[in-house]
Write a protein that binds this ligand. Structure first.
Ligand code: HEM
Length: 538
């Protein structure tokens, strides 16, 4: 692997420019042979047939024919930046992760994205935004692959192909590109009511951020931290933007989509170029690691739940600064490969069934998107820690491995590098107890409440935010063709709040149904602060 280039701001770009630079006084073929003309094919006479023997012509066109790689199956459209993460050291009590230790400084690469549009779609659509961070730590790469909304549509990864099929453009005419204005999306999220909470956030101002620089980020799942003594703590990760959280209003978003579809991409690049480096604090909410894995009655393995910050304050643990734009979109932003299973000692997973499926999906998709199993060798994906693996050969292998015995232990190539059980700096999975159980395709009863947290979110909104939510549901549902889907959506809204349901029903010209679940009857702010004592699942 070549040396990393360091930009004037100190960020490692991950690209060894010397080995890839295209420069020199004359053009060459890919093999370095000097060309004298790159504008005319070799022909039998100036007006005669083009000759098959023209290698330069065939090389140039063949390479061009293969320039595109598949776009990501989701999050295809994105913008990215390099930066640096400075840890405060405040997390050291709960995790031994070196990059969170006091004054540790770690290079990072962050990619923001929309979820549903294609690579060439617009930036300011109503959608969830991806917020994926690659920390090139001294102990290996840690990826925090999060979103700007703290909950997810589904509780089990097995439904991910279904929600994405429902939310992507219809298969017959490939329209609409925007997330929600179509029948299949609303059909899915009203039949699978676990999607109610995420959908409500999408219909709020959070669905149309002003800038990537003004978005929060969330790891969503509960992770497990391990400290130097082996003690464990459950945790949720948060990114808090230094510029505060700001959104567009719907009319602005629509106009910008028409006038500058690259609005968020341009905003990020311009700000960094101007030296207005965007910053986020990384924060953690911590919870005792009990066998139940609940906190104040909230199931921590259910990714459709938040834990209100009033119950578990977000504690700042470090500062992220984005300070350099990528030098090549394809090399870096397009080829970067994040994975929620890229973990470092001190951070482990929990049994959230959504996370379990993600652990399989990302590597699998990247093998096809990036053309084989060796994409960890692409500069932006290279770990900054030493690599000594037993992975060999395969498409696009660029390493020249030494040795005759690619297996361990062996008696030929220097024996075994492991000291079994003794190496405390290795990544060792937390030996959590797995309860005795029967194999079932089922969800726990605690995953069944789909409406209490959406209601809390609604109750915490200001009057103007509520107006925006009502307008968004009315606009989006107004685009559905099927009357039955609109009616089902209103039944879901009735279970969040009667006023929300009535206003949207009025806008759609339909009767407002009654709630079918008991509604949490609390005033907005006390609702959040008293949640621990009044949680209906207790
Ligand atoms: C891509 C977040 C759930 C499959 C992404 C990206 C983000 C993200 C931010 C874009 C990464 C980039 O910029 O390159 C999340 C979050 C989830 C979630 C926060 C839930 C909490 C899932 C699930 C699956 C899945 C359940 C599948 C079972 C994928 C795939 C990609 C992707 C296949 C494309 C990766 C690539 O081509 O490199 N996700 N996702 N995601 N996600 Fe997820």
């Amino acid at each position: 692997s070549g040396p990393d280039t360091v930009t004037p701001t100190g960020a490692a770009t991950g690209v060894d420019r010397a080995s890839v630079a295209q420069h020199g006084p004359y053009l060459t073929t890919a093999q370095g042979a000097r060309l004298y003309d790159s504008d005319h094919s070799l022909k039998a006479g100036a007006r005669g047939p083009v000759l098959l023997q023209d290698h330069h012509l065939r090389e140039k066109i063949t390479h061009f024919d293969h320039e595109r790689i598949p776009e990501r199956v989701v999050h295809a459209r994105g913008a990215a930046a390099h930066g640096v993460f400075h840890a405060y050291g405040t997390a050291s009590e709960v995790t031994k992760a070196a990059f969170l230790g006091k004054e540790a400084t770690t290079p990072v690469f962050v990619r923001f994205s929309t979820v549903l549009g294609s690579r060439g779609s617009s930036d300011t659509v109503r959608d969830t935004r991806g917020f994926a961070t690659k920390f090139y730590t001294s102990e290996g790469t840690f990826d925090l692959v999060g979103n700007n909304i703290p909950v997810f549509f589904i509780q089990d990864a097995i439904k991910f192909p279904d929600i994405i099929h429902a939310a992507k453009p219809h298969p017959d005419r490939e329209i609409p590109q925007a997330q929600s204005a179509h029948d299949t999306f609303w059909d899915f999220v009203t039949l699978h009511t676990e999607a109610t909470h995420h959908t409500l956030w999408n219909m709020s101002d959070r669905g149309i951020p002003r800038s990537y620089r003004t978005m929060e980020g969330f790891g969503i799942h509960t992770f497990r931290l391990v400290n130097a003594e082996g003690a464990t703590t459950l945790v949720k990760f948060h990114w808090k933007p230094k510029l505060g959280v700001h959104s567009l209003v719907w009319e602005e978003a629509q106009i910008i989509n028409g006038m500058d579809p690259d609005f968020h991409r341009r905003d990020l690049a311009d700000a960094i170029e101007a030296g207005a480096f965007p910053q986020w604090e990384l924060g953690i909410q911590t919870f005792p690691d009990t066998p139940e894995q609940t906190f104040e009655g909230i199931d921590l393995l259910d990714p459709t739940n938040i834990v209100p910050e009033e119950l578990a304050p977000v504690q700042p643990v470090g500062l992220l600064t984005l300070n350099a734009n990528p030098s090549n979109y394809f090399a870096e932003t397009e080829q970067v490969a994040f994975h929620p299973g890229h973990l470092v000692p001190g951070i482990d997973i929990t049994d959230d069934p959504l996370l379990s499926g993600r652990l399989f999906s990302y590597l699998d998709t990247q093998i096809s998107r990036l053309g084989g199993p060796n994409f960890a060798q692409i500069p932006v994906n290279r770990t900054h820690a030493p690599v000594n693996d037993m992975l060999r050969d395969g498409m696009h292998q660029t390493a020249v491995h030494a040795g005759a015995a690619p297996y361990r232990p062996n008696s030929l190539d220097g024996g075994c590098p492991f000291k079994a059980g003794a190496d405390t700096s290795a990544y060792i999975e937390v030996p959590v107890e797995v309860p005795e159980a029967r194999k079932v395709r089922d969800a726990p009863a605690s995953f069944a409440d789909h409406f209490t947290q959406p209601r809390l979110f609604w109750l915490s909104m200001t009057p103007v935010e509520r107006e925006h939510i009502i307008a968004a549901y009315t606009f989006e549902l107004g685009k559905c063709y099927e009357q039955a889907i609109k009616e089902r959506a209103l039944r879901v809204l009735a279970n969040i709040d009667p006023e929300l349901c009535e206003q949207v029903a009025k806008g759609l010209g339909l009767p407002a149904p009654e709630a079918t679940v008991p509604l949490l009857a609390l005033d907005p702010s006390p609702a959040l602060s008293q949640l621990g004592r009044t949680w209906p699942l207790d």
